[in-house]
Design a protein around this ligand. Structure first.
Ligand code: CA
Length: 719
């Protein structure tokens, strides 16, 4: 069967943006964020046929690409009796499941002139979830040295109109039983499933750069006005040394109005220009160009740079109706995450204090946030894990049971709000409004409801309005939930007894032991207390070797661990020891993963090459990925080691790791993988914990709150 066509047919197109969530194409490949090979690909060959590969993955090419910065290369030889295959897998991104319909498979092909003149071009298939292949379509003769668009209806592959994008996990190129043995070189780019083959609407917006930075060491940030023209598919970025010859260097999604060019040279001046690409990749004219510089930076300036970049996640990339934080970017565009928003609120305070934004802008944002929170879904005064920004309704992203309150996420939010209540203490009427609104939200939260029954030892994580305590997850430390107990004890209106700190959080009976030994895969620390020594460091409290590093961050962004001493330990010292164990483990690197060492450490929860995972410094929870927030949010505990990691991540890995909102979520050098996303839970802790290290600002604000002081007093009385 032979069926393919080049661009040309004109179908009437109407943009359909019904439904809550922004819809996007199901895209298999635009660019690889790593050089060398493409992690989400797989090659194989049989007989004398061959396909060029690097560790059984497709090579990427930066010189010949349809969208800059790169394309995938299919360099192959066919032979009688032989066969080769190359699969390009869809990279799943958390929450990205609002795809446009899949009616067409589309990609762009470039044949090098040095290739065989015979046209033994591969067939194309889609791979289903069970790894079976659809029918294939052979590609037809191509002229060399130019990009061609290939597009055909998926019905040719599946014989059905009822195709969901997520039915397919890969696009496969393959050739069997060739007649020749000559070298072919193809480049393939922009592989995607489309709802509509060819779009006829054109772009009317004029591209214009609004700013280019001149204060960073190795990168330039370029910004433009937020794009509202739905005909713009991508923004294309150009760079020039002389303002005359411009080279395309990258593309950006239309919903982000910033591009980071990490070119790696300090003291370099370049000129930048942008254009827009429509849904057929047709390009507008370029904007006027603007200069962007790099310069040397002090350690102090580096810290501010990391703080500000992560802050932007919660400022310019916030969900616009609520002003609160998305779960991840790229990801859902309307859904906001309660805990990440609490962390983001603290990052907004840091941004205000460091004058990334004016106090007036900050006040306006907080009024917007509080107006939203007043009206958003609450269950016994407690917010759900996820909310829809435009409507304020609960979004059961983790499944139908999680359609009510989430006490832990709410405690992260309240931690932020109480710090804000202390920050805006001025006489300005708007500052008073902020304080009053926060007090009302805080006092409405029924912490005592979450005991489930009157003489409960524990607080419970979730409550559903129609399914009650169906999840039935009791809060037991050591983990990220200490601040939940503190807030429940400190509540002026719905307090629980301070004794719950010991009966619940630090529970030492069979319930606690069973719980901890279940998730630690060890009995170490199952009594809450641990007492063992790891890498020469004694651990007073903590399961296993202390767990993922976020245990030492989430509860302690406001709650200053210097002032928490219970019957077992002081939590600044204990957190510091957990960080030291994590550091020592990564330096020893028992599984010999690439890159680990004294300047790349910090195992914690993040996106991963296969799935999201909470990594820990034990061999069975170490998967080879390093998460920047691990070391960088540990500045208060290990400033020297954290600074070393920060410099390594920025100066040596910035090309793939540094982007619009600071460090991307995680990377794995063994597998040549870097995350495509930033996570709401991981960016703000960097801003806030660096600030706590530098000035103690968020710690001071939270700890001086009168309700928190009262809660701490109650806790100290039972010690
Ligand atoms: Ca590309």
């Amino acid at each position: 069967m032979l069926a393919y066509k080049l661009i040309g047919s004109c179908l009437l197109f109407s943009l359909a943006f019904n439904g809550q969530e922004y819809e996007y194409n199901y895209t298999f490949f635009t660019n690889s964020n790593m050089r060398g090979n493409y992690f989400s690909s797989k090659t194989s060959s049989k007989g004398r046929s061959s396909i060029k590969n690097i560790n059984e993955r497709l090579p990427i090419n930066e010189l010949t690409c349809h969208t800059p910065g790169n394309s995938l290369t299919l360099e192959y030889q066919n032979a009688p009796g032989g066969e080769w295959n190359a699969a390009v897998f869809y990279r799943e991104k958390r929450g990205m499941d609002h795809f446009k319909k899949a009616n067409y498979l589309s990609f762009w092909l470039f044949k090098e002139s040095s290739s065989s003149q015979l046209n033994e071009l591969p067939a194309v298939y889609l791979m289903r979830k069970d790894s079976s292949l659809t029918a294939g379509v052979f590609l037809k003769k191509l002229d060399a040295n130019k990009w061609h668009r290939v597009s055909f209806p998926i019905t040719l592959l599946t014989n059905t109109h009822n195709n969901k994008p997520s039915d397919f996990i890969a696009v496969v190129f393959s050739y069997q039983e060739g007649q020749e043995s000559q070298r072919h070189v193809l480049h393939v780019d922009d592989i995607e499933l489309l709802e509509i083959d060819v779009v006829t609407k054109t772009i009317t917006t004029k591209p214009e750069i609004s700013s280019a930075s001149n204060e960073y060491a190795r990168h330039v940030d370029i910004t433009w006005n937020q794009i509202t023209d739905r005909n713009i598919r991508l923004v294309k970025i150009y760079r020039s040394t002389d303002g005359n010859i411009f080279t395309p260097i990258g593309v950006q999604e239309a919903y982000i109005n910033r591009f980071t060019d990490f070119h790696g040279k300090t003291g370099q001046k370049y000129f930048y220009s942008i254009s827009f690409l429509d849904h057929n990749y047709k390009e507008t004219s370029r904007s006027d160009f603007v200069p962007g510089m790099t310069t040397t930076m002090t350690d102090d300036e580096l810290l501010t740079m990391v703080q500000q970049a992560s802050f932007r996640y919660y400022w310019e990339a916030a969900e616009p109706i609520s002003g609160l934080a998305k779960e991840n970017i790229h990801g859902r565009q309307n859904m906001i995450a309660t805990g990440a928003s609490g962390f983001g609120i603290m990052a907004l305070i840091v941004g205000t204090e460091r004058k990334f934004i004016s106090r007036k802008e900050s006040i306006q944002r907080f009024i917007k946030i509080l107006n939203f929170l007043e009206k958003a879904d609450r269950f016994h005064g407690v917010y759900p894990h996820f909310l829809d920004g435009p409507t304020g309704k609960v979004e059961p992203f983790f499944g139908p049971k999680d359609n009510g309150a989430d006490l832990v996420e709410t405690s992260f939010l309240m931690q932020g709000l109480l710090a804000v209540r202390q920050y805006f203490r001025g006489n300005d009427p708007q500052e008073k409004i902020i304080r009053d609104k926060i007090t009302a939200i805080w006092e409405k939260a029924e912490w005592d409801w979450f005991k489930q029954y009157p003489d409960s030892k524990f607080l419970f994580w979730h409550w559903s309005p129609d399914q009650g305590w169906i999840i039935n997850h009791n809060l037991i430390g050591w983990n990220e939930t200490m601040v939940t107990y503190l807030l429940a004890i400190a509540s002026p209106t719905h307090a629980v007894s301070p004794t719950m700190y010991y009966t619940g959080w630090a529970n030492q009976d069979s319930t606690g032991i069973q719980y901890r030994s279940g998730w630690g895969q060890t009995m170490d620390g199952s009594m809450y207390t641990n007492g063992k020594t790891y890498f020469g460091i004694k651990l007073d409290v903590g399961v296993s070797t202390g767990g993922p590093l976020f245990f030492t961050h989430y509860s302690y962004m406001g709650y200053d661990p210097h002032f928490i001493t219970d019957r077992f330990t002081n939590y600044f010292v204990n957190n510091q020891n957990i960080a030291k164990i994590n550091y020592r483990y990564c330096v020893e690197n028992p599984k010999k993963f690439k890159g680990y060492g004294d300047s790349a450490w910090g195992l914690t929860a993040s996106d991963g090459p296969f799935t999201y995972s909470a990594d820990e410094p034990v061999t069975w929870q170490d998967r080879g990925k390093i998460t920047p927030t691990g070391a960088i949010s540990s500045f208060p505990y290990l400033p020297v080691e954290s600074m070393k990691a920060l410099k390594n991540y920025y100066y040596n890995y910035g090309e793939f790791l540094w982007g619009e909102y600071g460090f991307r979520d995680a990377f794995d050098l063994t597998r040549n993988w870097c995350s495509d996303i930033y996570m709401g839970l991981n960016q703000a802790p960097m801003t806030v914990m660096i600030e706590n290290y530098r000035t103690g600002l968020i710690w001071k604000l939270f700890m001086q709150d009168p309700d928190i002081q009262n809660g701490l007093k109650k806790l100290n009385e039972i010690k």
